[in-house]
Design a protein around this ligand. Structure first.
Ligand code: SAM
Length: 339
């Protein structure tokens, strides 16, 4: 009998090595330096105080991954992908999410076995943190900035598509609940010229949202409001957005939040959800199943199928639930409160 192809297993044995190679090169600031000026390994090693031979191996690894190019003279330079997504000063940088993955997710995933045995997130065990996961991510200004910058970089890849897949023209007011840096509110107000938005989040998050709003041509139409979405009064608006919020919470907490949103909406108002949607058989797409495991190690939440979102939404009084794949990392669901 011909043996089965070992390629998928061999690939998965190596997959974390590829991630860690990129994480380390970003952490060492190699792409930032090479964006200033292409350089040889020995020059970079002297600049950052590293072993020249070991650094050369790391650079060669990055070249094999398509992140760097090496000239015949041994000079390394960023590829276009690295310049756009791995250089910290790039407007579309994903360096924040990479550093957050290296600092927080990598150690949490290191105890995936514990999460599966106990069905519990790992941040308390790995980091000794108490309170909510956000207390941990927001424990210092530096940790908060890293988390929010990570959320922002990934969010920018999805929000324009999320606000485009449905025609949101009829909504004139939006609350971006747990809006983080406000990229979804910004994308919505930039697309719909009459829309006014409020980015609603915990008080410590809003300075970062204000910075991003200030840089948008729609800044006059976007404000911020601090509050706890489980406890404080929610603002009135015809549209609520929940971007990567429901996946942080279990079903009971999601129902609590959706019921509060339903109550804050006028008849005919709607909620727009931006999340990865699991296939109905729950075995794909890979980025959604992996994100669901990610939520297992980080939070009380998980990713959901369209039917699961529908059941949650209809259970809270929403109707006309529509789900759309966007082609971006996050998909979109729109559900209406009855007239
Ligand atoms: N929507 C943003 C995005 O897609 O980039 C942020 C998503 S982040 C996973 C979840 C957000 O919920 C964070 O910005 C966090 O501060 C906010 N959040 C968590 N608990 C909250 C609460 N009790 N009240 C208000 N916001 C909260």
């Amino acid at each position: 009998m011909t043996p089965a192809d070992p390629a998928p297993v061999l690939d998965l044995i190596e997959a974390f090595r590829r991630s860690k190679t990129m994480f380390t090169a970003v952490r060492l600031g190699l792409f930032d330096r090479l964006e200033q000026r292409p350089a040889r390994a020995a020059e970079l090693a002297a600049q950052i105080g590293a072993d020249a031979g070991a650094l050369e191996r790391l650079l060669e690894g990055c070249a094999s991954l398509g992140l760097l190019e090496r000239s015949a003279e041994g000079v390394f330079a960023n590829t276009a992908t690295a310049s756009e997504y791995l250089v910290r000063s790039s407007p579309r940088t994903l360096a924040g999410y990479i550093l957050y993955s290296d600092d927080a997710l990598y150690p949490l995933w290191g105890d995936l076995e514990g999460a599966v045995r106990e069905g519990r997130p790992r941040w308390e065990k790995i980091f000794g943190a108490r309170g909510s996961i956000f207390d941990h991510f927001y424990r210092t200004e530096e940790a908060r900035a890293a988390f929010l910058s990570g959320m922002h970089g990934l969010g920018l890849l999805s929000s324009p598509a999320v606000v485009r897949v449905f025609n949101l023209n009829r909504f004139d007011t939006l609350v971006d609940l747990g809006g983080g840096t406000g990229h979804l509110a910004i994308a919505a107000c930039e697309r719909y010229g009459r829309m006014q938005a409020i980015v609603y989040d915990l008080p410590e998050v809003l300075p970062s949202a204000r910075q991003h709003i200030e840089a948008s041509p729609a800044r006059e139409r976007i404000t911020c409001q601090a509050g706890d979405f489980f406890r404080d009064a929610l603002p009135q608006a015809s549209l609520y957005a929940l971007g990567r919020v429901l996946h942080d919470w279990d079903d009971a907490r999601c129902r609590e939040l959706l019921a509060r949103v339903h109550e804050a909406l006028p008849p005919g108002g709607a909620v727009l959800i931006a999340e990865k949607i699991l296939d109905e058989d729950r075995c794909g797409p890979v980025s959604a199943t992996m994100q669901s495991l990610n939520m297992l190690v980080c939070t009380e939440g998980r990713e959901r199928t369209e039917s699961e979102f529908r059941a949650l939404l209809e259970g809270c009084g929403f109707r006309h639930v529509e789900a759309r794949r966007t082609g971006a990392p996050l998909d979109a669901i729109l559900a209406r409160r009855e007239q």
